[in-house]
Ligand binder design. Structure first.
Ligand code: PEP
Length: 258
C-alpha cells in the first residue's frame, strides 16, 4: 500500500449469496465489528446481489460501509430482459460496481469488449468501477501472465478518459486463486499489480498510474491479508468468501488500517 498517493480499498464480493434478510444481518454484524475502531485509512465496500442492494444501502447508511453491485449492463435502457442499467443502480444510491469478474468471464460469456462497454456505461452514469483482470492457471504456467493482463487492461479501458480514471479501481485477480483457497504469494501479487501500474503509465501518465488503486483478489483472508497488503503495489483487496464472515472481513479491514 502506498497511502501517500492512493486510496486503500477493501471490497467484499458477496457473489450469489445472502437473501435480503440475511444481507441485513450481515451488514449489522459488520457494523458491530467496526464499532469504535479507526478505519479511516481505507475505504470499505460491500458489493452485493441486485436484490440486496436497497436493504444494504439502508442498513449501511451512516456507517463506513459503501455499497456496490456485482455487474451492470452497457445499454442505457431497452430490450435486455433481466438486465440492470447503470442509471438504475445510481438512482437507488449504489456507488460502486464490479465489472469483468472472472466468474462472469468464465460462465456468462463476458469478453473484454463487453467489459469495456460496461465500464464506459458505468463511468458515464457516475458509478465507480472495480475492474477485474487476471490470468488462468494455464496462462500462468505458460508464462504469459503479463501479456494476458496487459491485454485485458488495454481493451477493458479503451475510450476511458484520464478524468474518468479517477473513478476506476483495478482488481488483479488470478483466476486460479479465486475461491480455491490458493493465494498468490505477496510477491506474485505485487509483481502483477506493479505491471498493471506500468501499463496504466503507458496508456495514461505515470502520475495517474501512481494514483490508481490496484487491489489484489483471490482467497485473501484474515490470515494472509496483512502480508499481501504490506506490498507497495497492493492497494487493498477484493474479497469473496472471507467477506461473508463479519469477523474475518473486519480483521482484513484492520490489516488495511495498520
Ligand atoms: C472474488 O470473488 O473476487 C474473490 C477473490 O473470491 P475469494 O476471495 O473467495 O477467492
Amino acid at each position: 500500500m502506498k497511502r501517500s498517493v492512493r486510496t486503500t480499498v477493501i471490497a467484499g464480493n458477496w457473489k450469489m449469496n445472502k437473501t435480503p434478510k440475511e444481507a441485513k444481518a450481515l451488514v449489522k454484524a459488520i457494523k458491530a465489528e467496526l464499532e469504535g475502531k479507526d478505519v479511516s485509512k481505507c475505504e470499505i465496500v460491500a458489493c452485493v446481489p441486485y436484490v440486496d442492494l436497497a436493504t444494504v444501502i439502508k442498513e449501511a447508511k451512516g456507517s463506513p460501509v459503501k455499497v456496490g453491485a456485482e455487474n451492470v449492463h452497457w445499454a442505457e435502457s431497452g430490450a435486455f430482459t433481466g438486465e440492470i442499467s447503470a442509471a438504475m443502480l445510481k438512482e437507488i444510491g449504489v456507488e460502486y460496481v464490479i465489472i469483468g469478474h472472472s466468474e462472469r468471464r468464465q460462465y456468462f460469456g463476458e469478453t473484454d469488449q463487453t467489459v469495456n462497454a460496461r465500464v464506459k456505461a458505468a463511468l458515464s452514469a457516475g458509478l465507480k468501477v472495480i475492474l477485474c483482470v487476471g490470468e488462468l492457471l494455464a496462462e500462468r504456467e505458460e508464462g504469459v501472465t503479463a501479456e494476458v493482463v496487459s491485454r485485458q487492461v488495454k481493451i477493458d479501458l479503451l475510450g476511458v478518459t484520464k478524468e474518468q480514471m479517477a473513478n476506476v479501481i483495478i482488481a488483479y485477480e488470478p483466476v486460479w486463486a479465486i475461491g480455491t483457497g490458493k493465494t498468490a504469494t505477496s510477491d506474485q501479487a505485487d509483481e502483477v499489480c506493479g505491471l498493471i501500474r506500468e501499463v496504466l503509465g503507458k496508456l495514461y501518465t505515470k502520475k495517474l498510474a501512481e494514483a490508481t488503486t490496484i487491489q489484489y483478489g483471490g482467497s485473501m483472508n484474515a490470515k494472509n491479508a496483512e502480508e499481501l497488503l504490506s506490498k507497495v503495489n497492493v492497494d487493498g483487496g477484493l474479497i469473496g468468501g472471507a467477506s461473508l464472515k463479519a469477523p474475518d472481513f473486519a480483521t482484513i479491514i484492520a490489516a488495511a488500517n495498520k
